[in-house]
Design a protein around this ligand. Structure first.
Ligand code: AMP
Length: 220
């Protein structure tokens, strides 16, 4: 099964994608995590991506698509993938469709996690991420048991540079201009299912799993 998690920054894509991928035994591909990993390693790709990420802008399609296509060719992707943070432009969506078609595969479902803009601003402001396993926490909504430490692996929690207020605003602007058109793109394919992203993490997860098990997606 090939599933896309679509939604604004802060909608909860990363949190949900990690758990749902584990539950359904699918590979979890998060392009943002891949770029951050490349930066940590100091590769040329990481350095290039940093120029855009620190401004809250999208990394150019040709760079992002090339990285993604290499990743989906890996053996762990053959049973299915949850795409988290990709595609973010119509060009990326078309490139993914083309690549999957070549392999005789296709996107099965697009889960659109909907959260109002005001709530997104609050969430991104209080977000802390584990340096080791990338698990996200929130000061108010989902704090770790021990301040500054990851519940899962004990790793150190940090605040992403691009979660600072000015960059958050730019990321949301970029989302509405370049990524939100994908809602229409996938609605037209009949594959989009909308899930309310506001509520307990567990409740949202149940709604996503329910939607993935259902035959026909419905947009509310
Ligand atoms: P994320 O962790 O998904 O919020 O992504 C963090 C940043 O990485 C974004 O603000 C972009 O600069 C970059 N990025 C991640 N995924 C993509 C993508 N599919 N296309 C372009 N840039 C991306």
């Amino acid at each position: 099964m090939y599933v896309i998690f679509l939604g604004a920054p802060g909608a909860g894509k990363g949190t949900q994608a990690a758990e749902v991928a584990k539950e359904l035994k699918l590979a979890h591909i998060a392009t943002g995590d891949m770029f951050r990993e490349a930066q940590k390693k100091g590769t040329a790709l990481g350095m290039k991506a940093r120029e855009y990420m620190e401004k809250g802008q999208l990394v150019p399609d040709e760079i992002t698509v090339a990285m993604l296509l290499e990743r989906i060719a890996a053996p762990d992707c053959s049973a299915g993938v949850i795409f988290d943070g990709f595609p973010r432009t119509v060009t990326q969506a078309e490139a993914l469709d083309k690549a999957l078609t070549k392999q005789g595969k296709a996107i099965d479902r697009v889960i659109y996690i909907k959260v109002a803009e005001e709530e997104l601003l609050t969430r991104l402001g209080g977000r802390w991420i584990c340096r080791q396993c990338q698990t996200p926490y929130h000061e108010v909504v989902s704090p770790p048991k021990v301040k500054g430490k990851c519940d899962k692996c004990g790793g150190e929690l940090y605040q992403r540079d691009d979660d600072k207020p000015a960059t958050v605003k730019e990321r949301l602007k970029v989302y509405f201009a370049q990524t939100a058109p994908l809602i229409d793109y996938y609605t037209k394919t009949g594959k989009l299912a909308e899930v309310n992203g506001v509520g307990a993490v567990e409740a949202v997860r149940k709604a996503i799993l329910g939607s993935l098990k259902k035959g026909t997606p419905a947009r509310k």
